[in-house]
Ligand binder design. Structure first.
Ligand SMILES: Cc1cc2nc3c(=O)[nH]c(=O)nc-3n(C[C@H](O)[C@H](O)[C@H](O)COP(=O)(O)OP(=O)(O)OC[C@H]3O[C@@H](n4cnc5c(N)ncnc54)[C@H](O)[C@@H]3O)c2cc1C
Length: 538
């Protein structure tokens, strides 16, 4: 049944990393009315805000879409679990809180691909605009922005040993992966503020919600775009089994993320003609690139038993340690509960001829079969490796014309020779690090994949059987100027008026690192593009 209508200048779909930025920035002008639709609810769940709560929200359907890929030949035919935030803050409310921007060369490549205005030099001001850097401002960083970027406050013996091991093999320490260059090993910076998560809901949206011109509608699933000819004029959404329309006087801005933005476009008849016809969705506009070009970071682990009882597993094994850790957190906002899950990383090259690092390796001071199953009941830690710029491409396709049905996520992992070689080389490098005199005092045993795995083929099989995602799907509504591009460099959907896409789906290529900061940067720049257009129209 169709219910009443709300109206605004801008209707934003999805209150995730990008959507909260867009809503906060566009509503800064009291004369601009903004409606933000979010399929999930408020971010009341207290585990969202405690860094150690990552494991609690990882597979909690009350805040998470809990997607799964289609069975993937590259991952030994397994379905890979794809968590995505379904709550205010979106994936920034459930992510690992690692603050990484990517390499300067990533953005220069975007520019090279025809995306004017997106070179490293062009995007730096937007990374800075978003940022409140606790170390203070410098050439690369700024203070005063909504996204608080903090340091890991307490070192850990395993992290220190990993850094020393990398140094021993010739990798330099890097204090700032987001500065002049990414190479080297060091502590991550985190999107946390005083030991609590700084999602975009916390940093951007909450301060803006008192504005009269911003309305946030939660538990509202956008089901279809409303078009007049080739212009979008609103969004149909469902709430409590009722159907509503949010009308947009100026624009609809899709911020549903790399899975849901292409899904909503296709549900609305905008996408590859043949596919829409096959599914039974009337075609309004043939746009072949929608859902195509999917990239993700596939990772594989080395899991170790630790010789010393210093891991988070050990804390969880003792009621007294848990109590002490809880108290430490509630009194001082420190200790294991304030720690992110991957504190230290190495950015390295698997081949000397490469211009920039092609793998990221991180160390987590815990081990588990799957985060949602709890930690191992013994002392353990994990090394994770992933390739920064995979060549393999997958796609998002509709499985049905019903908005409630998840689309098909076809990841197509490890489909090229380079991708397969890179992940195995990375895992062997991990073993070399574990064999150094700095790491050896901590390594009791490699229990996954274990010493029986020695050849490159065996290591590849291990990667296929035991790997997973580090949760960075992108590029399914890519920005560009070629026939497969979905949005232009101003993020306007080709061939359709009144419609932009602003989220991780527009990345022309996945960036060399974690994708939250890059998505926030995209939204900061998009807000500027929209405001410029408004000024020109005035
Ligand atoms: C478990 C996990 C760990 C991660 N760790 C890190 C990390 O440590 N560092 C890092 O940089 N990146 C990390 N990432 C990746 C990063 O968080 C994402 O790339 C980023 O948040 C994507 O932002 P987005 O705006 O594109 O999408 P999202 O933040 O996912 O936002 C999309 C929003 O749209 C809503 N939505 C979708 N469809 C609809 C609809 N039809 N109607 C209404 N609302 C809708 C969703 O509910 C969601 O709130 C992680 C991601 C996950 C899931």
């Amino acid at each position: 049944m169709q219910q009443d209508t709300i109206e605004a200048d801008f209707v934003i779909v999805g209150a995730g990393s990008a959507g909260c930025v867009m809503a906060a920035r566009l509503s800064e002008d009291p004369g601009t009315k903004v409606v933000l639709l979010e399929a999930g609810g408020d971010d009341f769940n207290r585990w969202i805000h405690i860094p150690l709560g990552f494991g609690k929200t990882f597979a909690d359907p009350s805040v998470n879409w809990c997607y799964e890929t289609e069975p993937d030949p590259g991952a030994a035919g397994r379905k890979i679990f794809w968590p995505r935030g379904k709550v205010l803050g979106g994936s920034s409310s459930i992510n690992g809180m690692v603050y990484i921007r990517g390499q300067h060369e990533d953005f220069d490549l975007w520019r090279q691909m025809g995306c004017s205005g997106w070179s490293a030099q062009d995007v730096l001001p937007y990374f800075k605009r978003a940022e409140h850097q606790v170390r203070g401002a410098d050439e690369w960083h700024a203070t005063g922005g909504p996204l608080v970027v903090s340091d890991v406050e307490e070192g850990h013996p395993l992290c220190e040993a990993f850094i020393a091991a990398c140094n021993e093999l010739g990798y330099p320490t890097n204090r700032d992966f987001n500065g002049a260059q990414q190479d080297g090993v060091g502590y991550h910076q985190t999107t946390t503020r005083k030991g609590r998560r700084c999602s975009t809901a916390v940093g951007y949206l909450k301060p803006a919600t008192k504005r009269q011109n911003l309305r946030v509608v939660t538990n509202a699933l956008a089901s279809r775009l409303v078009l007049q000819g080739k212009r979008v004029v609103g969004v149909e959404y469902r709430q409590d089994n009722l159907s509503f329309i949010a009308r947009a006087r100026r624009e609809v801005i899709l911020c549903g993320g790399a899975i849901n933005s292409p899904q909503l476009l296709m549900l609305s008849g905008i996408g590859p003609q043949q596919h829409l016809t096959d599914i039974g969705v009337p075609v309004l506009h043939h746009l072949p690139g929608v859902g195509q070009g999917l990239q993700d970071h596939y990772s594989a682990p080395l899991k170790l038993k630790c010789r010393q009882p210093i891991t988070v597993n050990d804390i969880m094994l003792s009621k007294l340690s848990m109590l002490r850790t809880g108290l430490d957190y509630y009194l001082r906002r420190r200790g294991a509960m304030a720690a992110i899950s991957a504190q230290v990383a190495l950015f390295a090259r698997t081949r000397p001829e490469l211009a920039t690092p092609d793998i990221k390796m991180s160390i987590s001071i815990f081990s588990a079969d799957r985060p949602q199953d709890g930690l191992h009941k013994f002392s353990g830690f994990t090394i994770i490796v992933y390739q920064l710029r995979p060549e393999s491409r997958g796609e998002i396709r509709l499985k049905s014309p019903r908005p409630e049905d998840a689309p098909a996520m076809i990841a197509n992992y490890l489909a090229t020779k380079t991708d397969r070689r890179t992940i195995t080389d990375g895992l062997f490098l991990g073993r070399r690090l574990l064999a150094t005199r700095h790491m050896q005092p901590y390594v009791a045993e490699e229990f996954l994949p274990g010493p029986a795995v020695q050849t490159a083929d065996q290591m590849l099989q291990h990667a296929r059987q035991c790997g997973g995602t580090v949760f960075h799907p992108t590029s399914t509504c890519k920005m560009g100027i070629d026939p497969m591009a979905v949005v232009d460099p101003e993020l306007r959907v080709f061939g359709i008026g009144g419609l932009r896409v602003v989220d991780a789906s527009v990345m022309p290529t996945v960036i060399s690192g974690n994708t939250n900061a890059g998505t926030i940067m995209i939204a900061e720049k998009a807000a500027d593009l929209v405001r410029q257009e408004l000024r020109m129209a005035a």
